[in-house]
Write a protein that binds this ligand. Structure first.
Ligand code: OAD
Length: 269
């Protein structure tokens, strides 16, 4: 930890954004299952699906209500969870560096926002599980999933009466979860692609927390920032490809985010 703190101080003495890039691991201590952990799997009929098969436009086109059931189950888990000490530490860091802090999250669980991270500096690059939008794209606008829509129990189906709530309030077409799927692309209006790329290009520091490094925009952020001289830190309970990059830069810490982030932020802020 001492070496990482020293490297972060050195990086923060240089100009440029300080980016924290989070993944499911930051919410693990809040009880939200990680994406690729054992609890991520989902059974429909006799078939067991991997999240990467369900989180697709193709799956939604073929079995929309089964995909909605999976999202409404996960939404229920997220809503029942509370932010942890790691989320809270990032709110304190934001307050200490308001002119240069940026929080880029792959998580759709909304826990950074509920902890108090301001929208202005929060980039939810994979969307928000509490929002829906028109599946026919009649407008780029998003709407909160209506409060009448309940959590679906594990293995449950979306009740007929609830299906009527999951419609675009403008054109009446079916609504879809406001999340980026595996067979879709990042963009600026929905997923902050250009903003995050710009931040990464000038970053002084990137602290990566709790991600297995499987998606492309996080790779772009880390590679671009590292190429332009940013210091890279990785916090994760397990080795991962970003850890290898961090080990050659400011350092990798193998411990839970809820323990590491409060200490790191207290020593830096
Ligand atoms: P994963 O489930 O792939 O990885 C979670 C990471 O968190 C793993 O590397 C764990 O070792 C680590 N981890 C677990 N508990 C931790 C803790 N307490 N402290 C620190 N680290 C911990 O989740 P992501 O990498 O976030 O995207 O997955 C990235 C994206 O893959 C998701 O946002 C999702 C999926 O594609 C979309 O749906 C578009």
């Amino acid at each position: 930890m001492d070496a990482v703190v020293a490297a972060c101080r050195e990086a923060l003495a240089r100009p440029g954004p300080a980016i924290v890039l989070t993944g499911a691991g930051v919410s693990a201590e809040s009880g939200v299952p990680t994406f690729r952990g054992a609890e991520g799997y989902w059974t429909i009929g006799a078939q067991e699906y991997h999240p990467e098969e369900l989180a697709t436009l193709v799956a939604f086109s073929q079995m929309p209500w089964e995909v909605w059931a999976w999202y409404l189950y996960r939404r229920g888990v997220c809503r029942a969870a509370a932010p942890n000490a790691g989320h809270a530490a990032l709110v304190r860091w934001d307050a200490a560096l308001p002119d240069r802090f940026a929080l880029v999250t792959q998580n759709v669980d909304g826990l950074h926002r509920r902890a108090g991270s301001p929208d202005a500096r929060l980039h939810e690059i994979h969307g928000d599980i509490d929002l829906m939008r028109c599946a026919r794209d009649c407008t780029p606008a998003r709407d909160p999933i209506p409060t009448a829509v309940p959590a679906i129990p594990r293995g449950g189906a979306v009740p007929e009466a609830i299906r009527a709530e999951l419609r675009c309030p403008r054109c009446g077409a079916m609504a879809r979860p406001h999340v980026l799927w595996f067979d879709e692309s990042y963009d600026e209006p929905r997923y902050h692609l250009d903003t995050v790329s710009r931040l990464a290009a000038g970053a002084a520091l990137v602290v990566i927390v709790g991600t297995s490094a499987q998606t492309s925009l996080p790779w772009h952020v880390v590679a671009l920032a590292a190429r332009n001289g940013a210091a890279i830190v990785d916090i994760n309970v397990e080795p991962n490809p970003f850890g290898d990059i961090a080990a050659r830069s400011a350092g990798a810490i193998r411990a839970p985010a809820g323990e590491v982030l409060p200490e790191l932020v207290d020593r830096l802020a």
